[in-house]
Design a protein around this ligand. Structure first.
Ligand code: FAD
Ligand code: NAG
Ligand code: NAG
Length: 406
């Protein structure tokens, strides 16, 4: 292995990660284990992960074990055995999954509120390793390094740049601009992200198990999906501390999906209010109405977000490489997006660790190796996530060719 610390001037971090999301934090944690120096730049001044539930399964849990944070994860999560589907009169339509996950893999699917997962990973990265309030605007490749320009006028140099900056990645945009100018950007990578759904999500404050009996079962998580009749579906998930994660998801008609691309993906509070009003009388699968949940969820923690879907073809160029939503944005139905970002991080760290020297050729070889190990998985999970997302929105299993893909 090369001594990565001598890849550059000691004042220049070897690997610069843009984005302290779940992918960026995991990369920091594993680079630390590999003894590779790194630094993270994050746009947000304060950590503010999306408040919703997140399911973590066997395809990433062994890494949590190796990092010594599996027990901690288990202590703030509940095993998820099945996902149950209901119609809007709460008639049970069927179940997904089953207890097989544990039998086959040795791990349960762990369900938790996303801020808790974020906290666990955040603690694996020392705070001096993250510079906050650093919004990256663009990047520039030189022969021997990459320069990153932030909106506050600061600049950072690094030997290897990792874009872990989500679906609207600035690192990707700079990379693609350069490739396009050189005539080397595949046509397919010039297309906008496809936005097929909008969603609103929140996590309630602790609730009374007498009102919501599912909460009194503290050894499993309940995940109920109620399918509405306006191409909408509603999610109710129990997590520790008597909290319920809830979400509303609406599939956009095709023409609207196109128009939505031109809107900003962050909306003002008025649009949240309108959506809350529209769904307040909808039944909650655990009892009462959605209004009861809205009332017990701090307003500023309710988010309304677009759900895009795209797997980009180009993941690296020169000394820059992308991980997570920056190179593959999946629909949430498969519950795979975060695990994909974290698996990218682990594979990339392994490929960097395996570099035989610090030459350009070696960097390119490591990136190519990473891409080879991750691209097909992304394509595959994009397909299965799209199918499960549609099924959870009320499409029929038969119409989706479900069994052919999963
Ligand atoms: C409603 C919903 C439910 C989901 N449920 C699940 C689930 O159950 N299981 C699962 O595995 N996945 C789930 N996902 C998907 C998952 O959230 C994402 O795939 C995952 O967060 C991607 O991680 P990331 O690190 O690549 O990007 P992000 O989490 O988007 O992080 C990107 C980071 O980069 C920062 N950033 C962005 N631009 C810049 C810039 N220019 N300069 C500096 N910093 C920047 C952002 O502030 C952010 O901190 C869900 C997603 C949604 C929307
Ligand atoms: C739901 O989606 C289908 C297919 O996309 C469409 O034909 C139908 O009009 C939509 N229904 C509503 C109420 O929007
Ligand atoms: C390590 O790098 C070599 C090329 O230098 C490559 O052949 C090999 O597959 C890599 N191993 C891993 C585990 O990535």
């Amino acid at each position: 292995m090369v001594d990565m610390t001598d890849l550059a001037d000691v004042h220049i971090p070897t690997v610069l990660i843009v984005g302290a999301g779940l992918g960026g934090l995991m990369l920091g944690a594993v680079l630390k284990s590999a003894n590779i120096s790194y630094h993270i730049l994050e746009r947000a001044a304060e950590p503010r992960p999306l408040e919703f539930s997140i399911a973590i399964s066997a395809n990433i849990l062994p890494v949590f074990e190796q990092l010594g944070i599996y027990e901690e994860l288990k202590s703030v999560s509940l095993p998820l055995l099945t996902v149950s589907l209901f119609d809007k009169n709460l008639v049970h339509l069927g179940d997904f999954g089953g207890p097989y996950h544990k039998i086959v893999t040795g791990y349960d699917i762990q369900m938790l509120a996303r801020p808790k997962l974020y906290d666990i990973l955040h603690r694996k990265v020392p705070s001096y390793k993250i510079s906050r309030g650093k919004k990256v605007l663009r990047t520039k490749e030189h022969d021997d390094r990459v320069t990153v320009y932030c909106s506050d006028g600061t600049e950072y140099d690094c030997s290897i740049l990792v874009g872990a900056d989500g679906a609207y990645s600035a690192v990707r945009q700079s990379m693609y601009k350069k490739l396009d100018e050189e005539g080397n950007l595949p046509l397919i990578d010039k297309e906008d992200l496809t936005i097929g759904y909008i969603t609103m999500v929140g996590v309630s404050t602790p609730l009374n198990p007498e009102k919501y009996p599912q909460l009194s079962e503290t050894d499993r998580s309940y995940f109920h999906v109620v399918v509405g009749d306006k191409n909408d579906s509603h999610y109710f998930v129990t997590v520790p501390d008597n909290q319920i994660c809830w979400g509303i998801k609406i599939q956009l008609p095709e023409h609207e999906a196109k128009q939505q691309q031109f809107k900003n993906f962050e909306w003002g509070p008025e649009s949240v209010d309108i959506m809350l009003k529209e769904y307040e009388n909808f039944p909650c699968a655990f009892g009462g109405t959605m209004e009861d949940l809205f009332d017990t969820t701090p307003k500023h923690l309710i988010s309304k977000v677009f759900l895009e879907e795209t797997v980009f073809q180009t993941w690296y160029h020169g000394r820059s490489v992308l991980i997570g939503d920056a190179c593959h944005k999946l629909l949430p139905g498969g519950g795979e997006g975060a695990a994909m970002a974290m698996r990218d991080a682990v594979v990339l760290a392994n490929c960097l660790y395996n570099m035989s020297d610090k030459s350009d050729k070696s960097i390119k070889g490591a990136f190519a190796n990473y891409y080879r190990q991750r691209y097909l998985d992304a394509e595959d999970k994009a397909k299965s996530s799209a199918i499960s997302t549609r099924i959870m929105s009320g499409h029929l299993v038969t119409e989706e060719g479900f069994y052919r893909h999963i």
